[in-house]
Design a protein around this ligand. Structure first.
Ligand code: MN
Length: 363
């Protein structure tokens, strides 16, 4: 009868957070939310998830009562909407409140669905920041530790790679995540110690600044081994590259090895120290195209002459100017794929920054 009033006036005694398990931005967002819960004196628990398995994480919310539910670094796509909203509606009926902070592109219907939940939901979507930056600004604006976590997440999410610890943390997340997947273990449990350390003490909970390494010897060793293995594979991948100059831009296509992400390869091949093959020094490509065995195609820029999102659009994909992805489809002849990609890129100048194209025409 006066159920809705009870909902509104009930005190929120706990906080449940759901964040992305895949990268530093998701992990750092979860740590910032944890700090917020602690500051507010709320009992806290969290789950990490990835696209395709929202149902499992969000089904936990249906059982919650008088809980503040904070979702970070996850976009609500058309595919997951019905299940997620059904669970959150139950939560809201039990006196919970939803706060959703994200930076991905959302379909209108999903925005409407979240804002249509009861108990004054909050939805903040901003494409100019990573999720940790939004969580920091909205939840913990005066907290130095949250600010530092947001800075580190920004460095990896925008692929700037200027902060050593950000890159190290990216590798640590990949290692723990891949090994949990291999052993069929729970990813949230595998990443729990990392999130806990970050929530308690920020990056210095994990990282020895003076020595430039992880405090945990085992983790440091695993990261070291992982990098060695990865660079071996990336060096091999580079030796099979195809280069072509198109519209005044050097385009390089490289086949993506197993266990290596396009971001890994993009970072590796943007460093001129890694570009010597048999005494021949290659230039850093303006546009790097990675082709994965499953037919995924990735774009990373080596200079500001190109727009990765516009290039990806030619392959039914999208993303940001500095990093984007699309679908190529299954293939067996890599050289034929290269010819085809070069022809598609040559057919359009949309992916070339206008000034750069002009400079190229003049020279
Ligand atoms: Mn993110």
């Amino acid at each position: 009868m006066n159920g809705s009033n009870t909902q509104r006036t009930a005190r929120l005694g706990s906080c449940f957070s759901i964040s992305h398990d895949k990268d530093v931005d998701g992990i750092a967002s979860a740590a910032i939310v944890w700090r917020y819960a602690k500051k507010k004196g709320l009992n806290h628990d969290f789950a990490l998830t990835d696209y395709g398995s929202f149902d499992r994480a969000f089904s936990k919310t249906a059982e919650l009562r008088n809980t503040l539910i904070i979702v970070t670094d996850l976009g609500l796509d058309n595919h997951s909407r019905t299940g997620v909203i059904a669970n959150l509606s139950k939560a809201v009926a039990n006196g919970c409140r939803v706060v959703w902070l994200d930076h991905h592109r959302w379909p209108k219907e999903s925005i409407r669905a979240v804002l249509g939940l009861g108990n004054n939901p909050v939805l903040k979507i901003n494409h100019d920041f990573c999720a940790s930056e939004i969580a920091f600004k909205v939840l913990m604006p005066n907290d130095k530790i949250s600010e530092e976590l947001a800075t580190i997440a920004h460095d990896t999410d925008f692929n700037l790679r200027e902060i050593e610890v950000a890159t190290a943390l990216t590798d640590a997340v990949s290692i723990l995540r891949f090994s949990a997947i291999d052993k069929r273990e729970d990813i949230t449990a595998a990443l729990f110690p990392l999130v806990k350390a970050l929530a308690e003490d920020g990056i210095s909970g994990l990282w020895d600044r003076e020595r430039g390494r992880f405090k945990d010897d085992v983790l440091e060793q695993r990261v070291h081994h992982y990098r060695k293995e990865k660079s071996k594979r990336m060096r091999k991948a580079l030796s099979g590259h195809c280069d072509l100059e198109i519209h005044g831009c050097l385009v390089r296509i490289v086949e993506l090895p197993n266990g290596v992400t396009s971001t890994d390869l993009g970072t590796y091949l943007s460093d001129s120290n890694n570009l010597t093959i048999e005494d021949k020094k290659l230039a850093v490509a303006d546009l790097l195209v990675t082709v994965g065995q499953g037919g995924k195609i990735g774009f990373r820029r080596g200079s500001e002459k190109v727009l990765c999102d516009a290039a990806a659009k030619l392959f039914n994909g999208g993303g940001h100017p500095f990093a984007a992805g699309g679908d190529y489809g299954m293939y067996d002849d890599f050289n034929a794929v290269c010819d085809d990609i070069f022809a598609t890129l040559a057919s359009s100048k949309d992916w070339v920054v206008p000034d750069a194209a002009q400079d190229a025409a003049e020279t």
